[in-house]
Design a binder for this molecule. Sequence first.
Ligand SMILES: Nc1ncnc2c1ncn2[C@@H]1O[C@H](COP(=O)(O)OP(=O)(O)O)[C@@H](O)[C@H]1O
Ligand SMILES: [Mg+2]
Length: 225
Amino acid sequence: MANASHELRTPLTTIKLRVEALLGGARNDPAIAERFLSEMESELDRLSHLIDDLLTLSQVEVGLETLKLEKVDLQLLLGEAMATFWPRAEAVGVTLTMDAPPQLPPVKASLPQVRQVIDNLLDNALQYSSSGGLVTVSCRPANGSIAVSVTDTGQGIPAEDLPHVFERFYRSDRSRLRSSGSDRTGGLGLAIVRSIVTAHGGEVSIDSQEGTGTTVRFTLPVYAD
Ligand SMILES: Nc1ncnc2c1ncn2[C@@H]1O[C@H](COP(=O)(O)OP(=O)(O)O)[C@@H](O)[C@H]1O
Ligand SMILES: [Mg+2]
């Protein structure tokens, strides 16, 4: 709660300062007014994403969201995710590829939750990559499960941060300073990934080398009739 309150407080403080400045006269300078309003808009987007992430996390962790397990076709789902992220990848000069065998068995999972896992991983892969990078999503059958991995050739994670990245609100210092594309930098993305995968009886792991890239792997159980 303390962490969450702090994370909510920061954008609110920025917005409050801008509003005060606008009321105090900055609104009379159209260029400054425009800049303050657009900064406020970004902070509001950040707040809104943060609240969505907090809700998702608490629903998964408290088990409120009773898992509606269904047959999920990962290949189809990954294809959709590719299409969704394609424009953003193109905009930052990153190549997105998918590597999935055609006859992949379905997994037993909650469709919206698996979608969320993939979204969070692709969001990170793109957020921490730069132009010329490559992001690959692959899946393979792995005794009774399907293993999915998202690999990027981005900035990687310092060894001392790696053990903590699945913790709620954890961000490595360097990424705190970066203000790149995404406004989802609440440090909850990987915590949500871990909660969802674990609730499905799967496993999640991360490998990373600073300056070389990162791979996140997770498993989901195969759907057995
Ligand atoms: N693909 C990646 N490449 C480099 N660093 C990553 C990657 N994924 C996660 N991280 C690191 O792990 C931290 C936690 O990730 P996440 O929970 O998604 O929070 P954030 O909202 O900061 O992206 C990030 O702040 C970043 O330092
Ligand atoms: Mg993230």
